[in-house]
Design a protein around this ligand. Structure first.
Ligand SMILES: C[S@@+](CC[C@H](N)C(=O)[O-])C[C@H]1O[C@@H](n2cnc3c(N)ncnc32)[C@H](O)[C@@H]1O
Length: 208
């Protein structure tokens, strides 16, 4: 290979690295979708409009432990960490090792823990990390496509793990989660974010 060919090849690989860096999280998210379409349930991460609307009702001063189910490539993680108090903690739980590995490589914050596991095991996961309960639990899980029985089991476990005064924050394309939530949470608030692919329903289940 002569000098011109070498220079061309290194320019191409620099351009590929730049594009790869820009597309990084989206490419990882899409790869996870191709591997497990039913578990991921969406081809692109949530929009910033969804993130802001979903997190706006949280009382950050009283939040010591925030738990997230199905973080994917961490669309919500940095916005949560930006709002979380310095002595707070964020535990995220995802069944996909590709996503957990990506989060561990990209988020370096002592308040952050990424756990490979199922949201159904939230009580054990929270206890093992030294917490008695969670103040808020956020879910991006595709409730309507989860295997039979998994959705209700996750809602039951979430209700048990929440501290009194806490809330279960759920965003989804369908209202399937609301039906499960209604069996455990007496008070549920709703909202809607049109600027998301697809437009997104939002629910807050309060543990009064
Ligand atoms: C729609 S994606 C969430 C995307 C991300 N939160 C966002 O806002 O862009 C759903 C995620 O739920 C995860 N998941 C599916 N079933 C799960 C379970 N039982 N426990 C924890 N995570 C699960 C998938 O691996 C995927 O990362």
């Amino acid at each position: 290979m002569n000098g011109t060919e070498l220079a061309e090849r290194s320019a191409v690989s620099r351009a590929k690295r730049r594009i790869g860096h820009k597309l990084g999280p989206w490419a990882v998210f899409f790869k996870g979708f191709i591997q497990h379409p039913v578990m991921v349930g969406s081809i692109i991460p949530s929009s910033r409009f969804t993130i802001n609307r979903m997190l706006a009702r949280t009382d950050w001063d009283r939040c010591k432990l925030f738990v997230e189910y199905g973080p994917g490539v961490g669309t919500f993680c940095q916005p949560v960490l930006d709002r979380l108090r310095p002595d707070g903690a964020l535990i995220v739980i995802d069944t996909n090792p590709l996503y957990i590995d990506y989060l561990n490589r990209t988020i370096h914050d002592p308040r952050f823990t990424a756990v490979l596991g199922s949201a159904a095991d939230v009580e054990k996961i929270v206890k093992e990390r030294g917490h008695d309960g969670a103040d808020y639990v956020l879910s991006g899980l595709p409730f309507s496509t989860l295997p039979d029985g998994v959705g209700p089991a996750i809602v039951d476990a979430t209700h048990r793990v929440l501290n009194t005064g806490g809330a279960f924050l759920v965003y989804q394309f369908s209202a399937a989660a609301r039906d499960f939530m209604a069996k455990r949470f007496d008070r549920i608030d709703s909202d809607f974010e049109p600027l998301n692919v697809l437009p997104c329903k939002m629910f807050w289940g309060h543990k009064d």
